[in-house]
Design a protein around this ligand. Sequence first.
Ligand code: MN
Length: 321
Amino acid sequence: MRVHVLHHAACFDGAASAAVFTAFYRACVRADAEFIYIAKAHQQGDPFTDADFDADDSAIVDFRYSTNTRLGWFFDHHVSAFQLDGQREHFDAHQTGRRFHDPVAPSCTSYIADIGKTRFGWDPSKHAELLRWAELIDTASFPNPAMPVELDEPALQLMTFVEQNRDADRISRFITDLLDTPFEKLAQADYVRTVVDPALEIHRRDIELMRSRVQVDGDVATYDLSDQPPRAYNKFIAYSLYPEIHYLVGVSRGPDGSHKLSVGYNPWLPAGDRTHDIAALCERLGGGGHPYVGGASFDADAADAALAAMGKTAETLRRRP
Ligand SMILES: [Mn+2]
């Protein structure tokens, strides 16, 4: 029996959600199920294909809803889960007891564990380390901006692995290993180091690059990295350099060459001081996210549009509503 698990790509909470869903499914649905993990990235329109659901059962975790008739399970906590016309209504009308959405759940991983516990009597306590870190990482509640920039903790090296890895087999193996390997040990695995060691090397250079590129105007900082080779930057570098900024808006290039607009509210400021809904700002640009962090994608040849959107977004954020 094959189960497709469609999880948010390049995101620690997405991988952790896939792992916790697997453990839950084995305990509460079918012990002998075989799991196939498929990473999904945001794009304009419908990000899913029929092949995504071509299995005996399927699940979407930590990612957008689908009205595909073969969708089995759904767990998400993004406010922008229902972006296409009619999706919210479809979700409301198709309550199968296997589809769950809570926009205030701190991580999708802990949300799956909570639903498993309260509705299915599952005991997720074996995965305490995974649950704790998925929540800390997804809510960016690090005690200080240095922690996610220095990346000394094993959990943060695993986060780096998930964000930088582009190999489908490696992430599948990683999700399986998350089920029963302590972080300290998993962070030392050869296939993890293969991704993390060069990423840390680049990360150290990125800190210097960011130092030269971040522009602070009022309490909003911007950066233009559209001339740099495609890669994912650690989004906390700018906050560690400029801890006083309220919002950060930047453009960089994604692995497929597209221009990625990233928007965030300084996670070390009081949550109540946030004056704008970042998910709403990003949805207007065809993207999505959470009220405090989000993004949007522009075509590989649309650098001008991405930079214009960056300028406009920064201007909007500088205005107090
Ligand atoms: Mn998440």
